[in-house]
Design a protein around this ligand. Structure first.
Ligand SMILES: Cc1cc2nc3c(=O)[nH]c(=O)nc-3n(C[C@H](O)[C@H](O)[C@H](O)COP(=O)(O)OP(=O)(O)OC[C@H]3O[C@@H](n4cnc5c(N)ncnc54)[C@H](O)[C@@H]3O)c2cc1C
Length: 458
């Protein structure tokens, strides 16, 4: 697997940098056999390992991580523990129908509570705050869509924690004129993803899971009913395998059917210097909620525990080259900074201190998928796009049920072994991604062209 340099990740990502000194576990050395092997030390891999080991204390479980735990999206995301499943409820309903949209919402709500409970019950040092989230609109057409979303959620009966905020209510909370209206979702929290994923590793290791870091799996083979994972330092033979490599899945060698299930796309984030008390006072935001906007290429914003604002999004990249060394995008970082200061001109002198990016896993239909490759001995999970913090944790519980052959409400969830459309081969796939990307940019431009935003924001 080709990844960007570890030192770049540790220096550029605010979360990784502020974590400080981290001592990875030793790589796999020599040959070992286990009951369950998991490739990928992110939320999916570690949650699966933890849950399966707790169910089966006598079983041997090993996680192989190419770099360090949290190197992937899990250690460098926005930290929104949120309920969004796929893109929008409208799109989920259009594609999957009414009942599946309701089921997906229930799953996502359970996932958010699962993460909150996990942190509270195990006293994880994840800087967790359950402060809720606003989805804001800047333009009348965005507001109209937001109202439509709200009506749909009411109609589906999935609006239990939702309330609508008017422009006047928002003005009481935030010192900006940019917000025309918002949906407030009470059941959302924020965490520090790097601290959290490493706390998850601690829990898994304490439960008896073996976590090997700096152990990229170079080849997967299936000799005589077994699964063999080859790394530089040794070989792991397992009865069952969980592929928890998310956006990196297409690069795995030895499971050709997984190559086209999903593709990586990159999203980028920045963080300000800590704001002074006067600067916080100047923008309001006393309740420290997170917020997103109601664009197609969404921006997301949240405060950190040390008084900064971190934000990201606004655009994505869909690189055509192979490899994963695409974590840097000055154009989008500049866009993020401009956008933050467009909302809060009071912060015009606040510098940006860290800039980074990372890949998310995107299925053709933007819907998460948990699949079995042939039989129940190889299970994979992909497609949480930029909304996987909560889902990946509950997916871990679900995969543990599948591994244990347990039929449960989770194992019956409709994303399991669903009929997913693969990405077409190149260059069709590149053209498809390009057209989709340009379409989303155009949509945002058309909805925002009259609100004083220039082309640079499109
Ligand atoms: C910048 C950014 C912001 C985001 N913000 C949010 C947010 O605020 N809220 C939200 O819900 N979601 C967000 N997401 C998405 C979310 O982070 C992901 O959906 C989730 O973390 C995926 O977890 P995972 O464990 O499945 O994958 P990952 O965390 O990507 O883990 C996969 C791991 O597999 C390892 N690996 C890959 N190949 C191999 C190999 N051959 N051998 C061994 N190991 C291998 C990688 O090194 C990696 O550590 C964001 C993503 C990004 C990039």
């Amino acid at each position: 697997m080709t990844i960007g340099p570890l030192s770049q990740y540790e220096e550029t990502s605010f979360w990784a940098h502020s974590y400080g000194q981290y001592s990875p576990n030793a790589p796999l050395a020599g040959d070992r056999s286990v009951d369950v092997a998991i490739i990928g030390g992110g939320f999916t891999g570690l949650s699966t390992a933890l849950e399966f080991k707790r169910d089966n204390p006598g079983a041997t479980v090993a996680v192989l991580e190419a770099a360090v735990v949290g190197y992937g999206a899990s250690g460098r995301n926005g930290g929104f523990n949120m309920k969004l499943f796929g893109l929008e409820p409208e799109i989920t309903k259009l594609r999957w129908g009414r009942q599946r949209t309701i089921d997906a919402h229930r799953y996502a709500l359970r996932a958010v509570r699962w993460v909150k409970d996990l942190i509270e019950q195990n006293q994880l040092d994840s800087d967790y705050r359950h402060t809720g989230m606003l989805r804001v609109s800047y333009s009348p057409s965005q507001l109209q869509r937001l109202e439509h979303t709200h009506h749909l959620m009411r109609d589906l009966g999935i609006d239990g924690d939702i309330s609508f905020f008017t422009r006047e209510q928002l003005r009481g909370e935030f010192r900006t004129d940019r917000y025309l209206g918002a949906i407030y979702e009470r059941e959302t929290g924020i965490l520090n993803p790097c601290k959290h994923v490493r706390e998850l590793k601690r829990l898994a290791v304490t439960a008896g899971v073996d976590v090997y870091e700096q152990s990229p799996v170079d080849l997967i083979s299936r000799p005589a009913g077994k699964i063999r994972l080859q790394t530089r330092g040794g070989t792991l033979t397992a009865a069952k395998l969980v592929v928890a490599t998310n956006a990196y899945t297409s690069a795995l060698q030895g499971l050709p059917r997984l190559r086209s299930r999903q593709l990586p796309m990159w999203t980028f984030q920045v963080v300000t210097a800590p704001l002074s008390a006067a600067q916080w006072e100047s923008i309001g935001w006393n309740n420290q909620q997170s917020f997103e906007d109601n664009r197609q290429l969404v921006h997301y914003f949240r405060p950190t525990v040390d008084g900064r604002i971190t934000m990201g999004g606004g655009d994505i990249t869909t690189p055509s080259g192979k490899g994963f060394d695409h974590d840097s995008e000055p154009r989008i970082w500049a866009h993020c900074e401009e956008h933050l200061k467009w909302i809060f001109p009071q912060l015009r002198d606040v510098p940006i201190q860290y800039r980074w990016g990372g890949p998310v896993s995107v299925n053709v239909d933007m819907t998460p998928e948990i699949g079995l490759l042939g039989d129940d001995r190889v299970i994979y999970s992909t497609g949480c796009i930029g909304h996987g913090v909560s889902l990946t944790h509950l997916n871990g519980r679900l995969i543990a049920d599948l591994l244990g052959g347990r039929k449960t409400e989770l194992s019956d969830f409709w994303i399991v072994n669903r009929k997913a459309v693969p990405w077409p081969p190149e260059p069709l796939s590149f053209i498809g991604r390009h057209v989709l990307h340009k379409g989303l940019q155009l949509w945002d431009y058309l909805e925002e062209r009259k609100i004083g935003r220039d082309q640079r924001h499109g």
